[in-house]
Write a protein that binds this ligand. Structure first.
Ligand code: KQY
Length: 381
């Protein structure tokens, strides 16, 4: 069902990721021009992520018809596997951004408690410079998920990927200028107009703009979900480096300066927790050789910096599902920092997350939480 008007006018807002989930949606990697060795190592990493999350909340994995059997055989039985075409498997960006009805909204209106925003997707920058040239299946993912779940849909003509926004559920949104103001997304919209759309669709009052994302995150033009996220209202985790010669250093300092000099929608100064990047990690010859340039995915050059960040974790019901890159020092440090940032949560490290980073993203990018609604929470009590 298509909803008229904007979410805010119907009493909807995007809850923070730590609010209770009904389930998590994940795609299944397949294209051999983005996932090395016919996506076999990537699929193993996706399966590890899905299995880990499924210990805390229901998981649905969507795979193409050609991959359904393979996905089914690699995933535990309690994970639902459904058939869905896709051009690539970044459900953070192609699945709906779910919004729920705020407790203060008009309860006389007995409409749905949940809806999904179906943003316009253009493969991270369109035909010239995006990640792949045919994104026709990706454009239908949000609609299909909402139909499967019988959840009403708010279509939006603005180009936006879910990985380019983070919210605290209390009126603040974090994003980057590098991505949302990039001319390859919405050249006809001003910063103010984009901000107004975020306010109307996510139900936020304040947008904090970091200048740029993680160094090396060229696929997405600096998605916020590799750079900075909320741990709770008033507290953010920021991807940092203490190496001044690392090109990420400048980006980190820029972000730090913005974060230190702003307040959130509630007027709070932000507490900033630093999460050091691994490595730096670079694409090996062997990894590059495993890519089959049969399709039209972005070419990856051996020696190129891998966009790897510990900020790209997923908050499941009661657990943090975090990437581990095989860098002992920073892997351990990241898990420790996350355990302090999320007291009471189980911290689960996913080994071999480098494989997901080779495709251009990480755990947050491949997942999409579907929030539990008030009625669901009630009935599950
Ligand atoms: O950062 C994300 N949300 C997704 C990364 C997509 C990379 C496409 N190759």
């Amino acid at each position: 069902m298509e909803l008229q008007g904007k979410p805010i006018d119907c009493g909807f807002y995007m809850p923070a990721e730590w609010e209770p989930h009904a389930q998590c949606w994940i795609g299944w990697p397949e294209r051999p021009d983005n996932w090395r060795d016919h996506a076999v190592p990537g699929q193993r990493a996706f399966a590890r992520v899905a299995s880990a999350i499924s210990k805390f909340e229901p998981v649905t994995v969507c795979a193409s018809a050609a991959q359904w059997n393979n996905a089914r055989s690699q995933l535990p039985e309690h994970i639902r596997v459904i058939k869905m075409n896709m051009n690539d498997s970044w459900f953070r960006d192609t699945a709906p951004t779910f919004v729920i009805r705020s407790s203060s909204s008009n309860k006389d209106n007995l409409g749905s408690e949940i809806a999904g925003i179906d943003w316009t997707f253009n493969s991270y920058g369109g035909i010239d410079g995006g990640c792949y040239n045919d994104w026709s299946d990706d454009m239908l993912i949000a609609k299909k998920i909402l139909e499967i779940e019988k959840i009403p849909r708010f279509p939006h003509s603005m180009v936006l990927e879910g990985g380019s926004i983070h919210v605290d559920g209390e009126g603040t949104c974090l994003t980057t200028e590098e991505c949302l103001l990039n001319k390859n997304r919405n050249p006809g919209l001003t910063k103010l107009q984009i901000e107004d759309e975020l306010k109307a669709y996510l139900g936020v009052e304040k947008v904090i703009w970091l200048p740029r994302g993680l160094f090396g995150d060229d696929d997405t033009d600096g998605h916020i979900d590799n750079m900075c996220c909320f741990a709770r209202p008033g507290v953010v985790l920021l991807s940092c480096t203490d190496d001044e010669s690392d090109p990420h250093y400048e980006r980190y300092m820029e972000a730090l300066s913005v974060l230190k000099n702003t307040v959130d929608a509630k007027g709070r100064k932000l507490e900033i927790i630093k999460l050091h990047v691994p490595g730096p990690l670079h694409l090996t010859d062997k990894e590059a050789d495993g890519l089959k340039q049969v399709g039209e995915a972005k070419v990856r050059i051996p020696g190129g910096r891998i966009a790897a960040s510990y900020v790209n974790f997923y908050i499941a019901n009661g657990a943090i599902i975090a990437p581990q890159f095989g860098d002992k020092k920073w892997d351990e440090e990241a898990l420790h920092t996350l355990s302090l940032a999320f007291p009471g949560y189980q911290i689960v490290g996913i080994e071999g997350a480098r494989e997901i980073a080779l495709g251009g993203g990480n755990i947050h990018c491949i997942t999409q939480q579907q929030p539990a609604t008030h009625s669901l929470t009630q009935s599950s009590k």
